[in-house]
Design a protein around this ligand. Structure first.
Ligand SMILES: Cc1cc2nc3c(=O)[nH]c(=O)nc-3n(C[C@H](O)[C@H](O)[C@H](O)COP(=O)(O)O)c2cc1C
Length: 213
């Protein structure tokens, strides 16, 4: 298996998409986990960046043991690595890793969920860790950057940070699930958002039915 770090541009064209997924410390880790599952099972090479707070929320909301590997957690959650490629995982401190550079080509990045702190850093170009630096790079390289900001209610600061990030090219995709497809489980509900993220990343999927289909 080839490491994403060693992928060259020609490999990317030939072997499916390379997508960067960051999980920050907002509530809603399940959105990030289910996005990773869908991307891996659709044959994408996924680079996963997790903030320190993101690990804590994963532990609180999904029972992840931060002392263990996130890869084994994904396996226990049911991510089928046989359908795609094993993701690479980075901590927020690995600032010298591939997605921190514009010369590393990927097909899109999503921050899911995106905390107000990470949103604020992205909106102001404050690239102090691997997540915020990779977002900064995605914007400057004009690559797709999807932010799934989670907080409620929203202050004027939050709203203006979203406006600034959107003006710089980010897609602001709040986790506001839809009900018109009659979701029956939390996973169904979450997947109504994951489907929209996948659409913006340009990755094919079969998550739920489409209106009009
Ligand atoms: C259980 C839990 C839930 C949280 N939920 C949110 C949230 O929904 N939105 C948010 O902006 N911050 C939330 N926070 C606070 C962030 O984790 C905190 O601001 C942190 O510094 C964000 O760091 P990061 O952006 O580097 O991940 C939550 C924290 C915990 C422990």
């Amino acid at each position: 298996m080839k490491s994403a770090r060693n992928l060259e541009n020609k490999d990317i064209k030939d072997k499916g998409k390379t997508i960067v997924v960051a999980i920050s410390g907002a509530s809603g880790s399940i959105y990030g986990v289910r996005l990773i599952k869908a991307l891996v099972e659709n044959g994408c090479q996924v680079l996963i960046l997790i903030s320190h707070a993101g690990r804590k929320v994963l532990a609180h909301e999904m029972g992840y043991d931060p002392q263990t590997s996130f890869l084994s957690f994904l396996g226990q959650y049911g991510v089928d690595f046989d359908k795609g490629r094993v993701p690479e995982i980075f901590s927020q401190d690995e600032i010298a890793s591939a997605p921190a550079s514009g010369s590393f080509v990927h097909h899109g990045m999503a921050v899911v969920p995106c905390s107000m702190k990470t949103l604020s850093a992205i909106a102001s170009g404050y690239a102090d860790n691997l997540i915020t630096r990779s977002c900064d790079v995605s914007l400057k390289e004009r690559r797709t950057l999807v932010l799934v900001p989670r907080e409620t209610p929203l202050s004027l600061i939050h709203l203006s940070n979203m406006t600034r990030a959107a003006s710089a090219g980010a897609v602001i995709l709040p986790p506001t699930p839809s009900f018109y497809t009659f979701p029956k489980t939390i996973e169904d509900l979450v997947d109504t958002i994951v489907a929209r993220i996948m659409d913006h990343l340009g990755v094919a999927h079969n998550l739920g039915s489409r209106w009009g289909s």
